[in-house]
Design a protein around this ligand. Structure first.
Ligand code: CMP
Length: 383
C-alpha cells in the first residue's frame, strides 16, 4: 500500500474503502479488548488464562503498530503544518494520549506485576478509541462549546437552588434527623438526589416546613433539567442545520455547472440541495419509475444504462432531470459505478429554482433535449 493510501486508512471517518476497513478492524480489536478485559477479572483455568494473555498481547501489538503509524503519518493527516509540528500536535492531542497509553499498556502491566485488575483496566481503557470515529462526539463537543454560556447560567442556577435548599433542610430537619441532616454537606447529598429527581429515599424530610421545601426543590429540579434538555436540543438542531448547510455549500461550489452562480445564489441553492451518498453498485434510479428528484454528481461515477452503449457521468454532471421536466417516468436505469457523493434536488425545489434562475433551467433543459435526442433506452432495466 502506498503512502497516501496508508494515510487515508488512518483518517478518522474516512469514506474510502481502506479507511472504512481499518475503522472496522479497529472496532473489532476494541470489542476483543473489552471481552478480554471482562475475562481477565474472572476466575479462569490455566488454559483460558493463557488464551486471555495471548489475546491481550495481540491487542496491544495492534495498538502499538496503530500508534506508530499515526505518528509517522500525522503530517499527511494535518496538511499545512510542518512534519514535526503535526506529530507533536497528534501526540499531545486527547486521542494521541489515549493511543499512547493503549500502546504502552504492557509496560504498566509489567510494572504492576501482571495483576489481572490492571490488565482489565488497561484493556477497557482502549474502548475510548472508538470516540475518534463517532462523528456525533465532535458534534456534542461543538454543541457544548457553542452553548457554554447558556449552559453555565443553568448550572449556576442549579448550584444556587441546591445550596439554598440544602441549607433550608439542614436548618429545618437537623433537630428531628441529626444523622441524615447533620451538616450542610450531608444536606447537600439530599439536595442533589432530590434536584436530579433520582430520589434514593435514604434521606427524607419529616417536618412540615421541610416537606414544603422538598416539594419546591422537586419542581425546581424538573424545571432545571427541562431547561438543560431544551438548550441542548436546540443547540443540536442548530449545529446539524449549520453542518448540513456547510456540507451542501462545499459540494455546490465543487460543481462547475453551479459554481458560476455567485456566492449569494450558491447559498440559496445549497439550502435546497440534499447531500446524499451512494455506494458502488447501488441503483440510483430505475427506468419506468416515477421521478421526484434529480441529482448533481459531486464526486464518483454513475452509469446511465441506455443502448447502444451505457453513458458514464462523472463529477459536475447531473442526472434524473428528464422526468422532472416531462413528468414522464424515468427513461433509464442509473447505477453508481463507484462510491459517489450526490446532491439531490426535489421536484418542488426544482420548480422553485427554475422559476428563480431561468438561465439554470434553460441549461438543464438544453442538456435534457440533447440527451433525449441521442438516446435509445435499454430494453429491460438491469441492475
Ligand atoms: P430521467 O429520465 O429522469 O432518468 C434517467 C436519467 O438518465 C435521465 O433522466 C437522464 O438524466 C439520464 N439520461 C438519459 N439519457 C441519457 C443520455 N443519452 N446521456 C446522459 N444521460 C442520460
Amino acid at each position: 500500500m502506498n503512502r497516501p493510501r496508508l494515510a487515508e486508512m488512518l483518517r478518522p471517518a474516512s469514506r474510502q474503502p481502506e479507511g472504512r476497513r481499518f475503522t472496522q478492524l479497529g472496532y473489532l480489536v476494541i470489542a476483543a479488548a473489552v471481552i478480554a478485559a471482562a475475562a481477565a477479572t474472572m476466575p479462569l483455568g490455566k488454559q483460558h488464562a493463557v488464551l486471555v494473555a495471548v489475546s491481550a498481547a495481540a491487542i496491544w501489538c495492534f495498538f502499538l503498530v496503530e500508534w506508530l503509524l499515526r505518528l509517522v503519518f500525522a503530517p499527511e493527516l494535518a496538511p499545512g503544518v510542518s512534519s514535526w509540528a503535526a506529530r507533536r500536535d497528534y501526540a499531545l492531542s486527547p486521542f494521541g494520549v489515549v493511543d499512547a497509553l493503549c500502546a504502552l499498556g504492557p509496560v504498566a502491566v509489567a510494572a504492576a506485576g501482571f495483576s489481572p485488575p490492571v490488565i482489565s483496566a488497561l484493556l477497557l481503557f482502549s474502548s475510548l478509541k472508538v470516540l475518534r470515529s463517532i462523528p456525533g462526539v465532535h458534534l456534542i463537543a461543538r454543541v457544548f462549546r457553542n452553548e457554554r454560556r447558556t449552559l453555565l447560567s443553568v448550572v449556576t442556577l442549579f448550584a444556587l437552588v441546591l445550596v439554598i435548599s440544602a441549607e433550608c433542610e439542614y436548618l429545618l430537619e437537623r433537630g428531628s434527623q441529626p444523622v441524615a441532616f447533620s451538616s450542610l454537606p450531608a444536606a447537600l447529598w439530599w439536595g442533589i438526589v432530590t434536584l436530579t429527581t433520582t430520589g434514593y429515599g435514604d434521606a427524607i424530610p419529616v417536618t412540615f416546613p421541610g416537606r414544603v421545601v422538598a416539594g419546591l426543590v422537586m419542581i425546581s429540579g424538573i424545571a432545571v433539567l427541562a431547561l438543560f434538555a431544551g438548550i441542548l436540543a436546540s443547540g443540536f438542531a442548530a449545529e446539524i442545520r449549520r453542518r448540513d448547510f456547510l456540507a451542501a455549500w462545499d459540494m455546490v461550489a465543487r460543481i462547475s455547472f453551479l459554481r458560476d452562480l455567485g456566492a449569494t445564489t450558491i447559498a440559496e441553492v445549497a439550502r435546497l440541495l440534499r447531500p446524499q451518498e451512494v455506494s458502488a453498485g447501488a441503483v440510483v434510479m430505475r427506468r419506468g419509475q416515477p421521478g421526484d428528484c434529480m441529482f448533481f454528481i459531486v464526486s464518483g461515477r454513475l452509469e446511465v444504462q441506455i443502448e447502444p452503449r451505457p453513458v458514464m457521468l462523472g463529477d459536475g454532471d447531473f442526472v434524473g432531470e428528464m422526468a422532472l421536466i416531462t413528468g414522464e417516468p424515468r427513461t433509464a436505469t442509473v447505477i453508481a459505478r463507484e462510491h459517489s457523493e450526490l446532491l439531490a434536488l426535489d421536484l418542488a425545489d426544482f420548480r422553485e429554482l427554475a422559476g428563480r434562475y431561468p438561465e439554470l433551467a434553460n441549461a438543464i433543459q438544453k442538456e435534457a433535449a440533447k440527451r433525449s435526442g441521442s438516446m435509445k433506452p435499454a430494453s429491460s432495466p438491469s441492475k
